[in-house]
Write a protein that binds this ligand. Structure first.
Ligand SMILES: [Zn+2]
Length: 155
């Protein structure tokens, strides 16, 4: 297959049936096109829901369970049991103390010891995204270490 041909798909992007006719077609027909875009919207809204739920849970934690905040493991366990999905985040944000927070919008957490400490980017009054750093790798590896330790058997 040459480079030119690779720009054209040979099967429908929705149902994977072989395509007939025009070479720049992506779908068999309108039904497949509509189905494809509906599925795509479904994926986006699923992820939106997870992110919004995560954000709500951190807000709820800070509001009603702040007494647990001194214990990073208790904080992680509370979030996990409440349904927090640690696989989904919006960005990372550097904190004043040099640590990196894993954020869902303006709410987030810093990995601390074997658990997490919640932080709020809204408190500082600046958009947390401005503090994004180029090397989030340490935050992800800290997070995966805690996940492995406290959520054995889950991704
Ligand atoms: Zn099709």
């Amino acid at each position: 297959m040459n480079e030119h041909m690779m720009n054209f798909r040979e099967t429908c992007a929705s149902c994977q049936a072989p395509l007939q006719g025009r070479r720049d077609k992506r779908f068999c027909d309108d039904a497949c096109r509509v189905k494809h875009h509906r599925n795509k919207a479904g994926v986006l809204s699923q992820i939106d829901q997870i992110l919004h739920n995560n954000r709500t849970l951190i807000k709820r934690f800070r509001r009603y369970h702040a007494q647990l905040a001194a214990d990073p493991v208790a904080c992680f366990v509370w979030l996990r049991r409440a349904g927090y999905d640690f696989n989904f985040h919006t960005h990372v944000a550097g904190q004043a103390d040099g640590s990196l927070a894993v954020m869902c919008y303006e709410e987030g957490f810093v990995v601390e010891g074997d658990g997490v400490r919640v932080v709020s980017g809204a408190r500082s009054g600046t958009a947390a995204v401005h503090h994004s750093v180029a090397e989030p790798g340490t935050a992800w590896s800290d997070l995966s270490r805690v996940k492995k330790r406290l959520m054995p058997g889950e991704g």
